[in-house]
Unconditional design. Structure first.
Length: 244
């Protein structure tokens, strides 16, 4: 799986860690996490390394021993499984995602999609891809539109398919569009009743001497509620986003 790596370097006077905190980040969260990580470096002077990609692929890598300290998933199931298996702990909901229909060159209407391919993330590994399929099925359009679907490895690649005009329309994360400053006329929020809630959890993986640095980042991230809200996420406890 192709990963997007971002290393933020800086001195660490408060958190003594020889290596950066290594964080696996679901692709929908990556643009927001980059902003939060920059703020963390500036305020705490600590090192952070981000890898963005599909939650399903990260889950399999972590099960095989990939050395991540934290995993921010696009679903709740995988962090819970890692915690239950003893691979991680402290699985908690950090946000609920929102699905959006992006149609850059036409009116974004679910019942009037433009001709051509429709980009979605791979449903088997990406929760936003599964939500897109649910949307098409519940709206009664799956049989008609399924031959036009083009599957991306994750929601980040689905975004790129539409951004590059390889697909005239696609289902992406609302957070990706807000982070990019996409004109509101180009996209529409998908009715939340058309897909199962995108409850997103994170899990602590770090052990031993790496644990303190990972916990420090967790504390900082959990305080960034305004940033997550502005990006289009629902917060735990809000309507449609159950708390743990």
């Amino acid at each position: 799986m192709r990963h997007l790596l971002l290393t933020l370097l800086g001195a660490a006077p408060c958190i003594q860690a020889a290596e950066p905190v290594r964080i696996a980040v679901a692709a929908n969260l990556l643009p927001v996490m980059e902003q939060i990580a920059r703020d963390y470096r500036q305020q705490a002077g600590a090192k952070v390394q981000l890898a963005g990609g599909s939650s399903g692929a990260f889950y399999e890598q972590i099960r095989r021993g990939a050395p991540f300290d934290l995993f921010y998933s696009a679903d709740a199931e995988r962090p819970d499984k890692l915690a239950a298996a003893g691979t991680g702990e402290a699985s908690r909901t950090y946000a609920c995602g929102r699905l959006a229909l992006w149609v850059p060159k036409a009116e974004p209407k679910l019942d009037a999609l433009p001709a051509g391919k429709i980009a979605i993330a791979q449903p088997d590994t990406a929760p936003y891809g599964r939500a897109a399929l649910q949307t098409l099925e519940r709206s009664g359009q799956l049989d008609e539109l399924k031959p036009r679907l083009v599957y991306a490895q994750d929601i980040g690649q689905a975004y790129q398919f539409v951004h590059s005009s390889n697909a005239p329309s696609g289902f992406v994360a609302l957070s990706q569009l807000t982070a990019a400053g996409t004109p509101a006329a180009q996209y529409a929020r998908v009715d939340a009743t058309l897909y199962e809630p995108l409850v997103q959890k994170r899990v602590l993986l770090a052990k031993g001497e790496r644990r303190a640095a990972a916990e420090a980042f967790l504390t900082f991230f959990d305080a960034q509620k305004d940033t997550l809200k502005a990006a289009g996420y629902g917060l735990p406890g809000e309507a449609g986003c159950a708390a743990d």
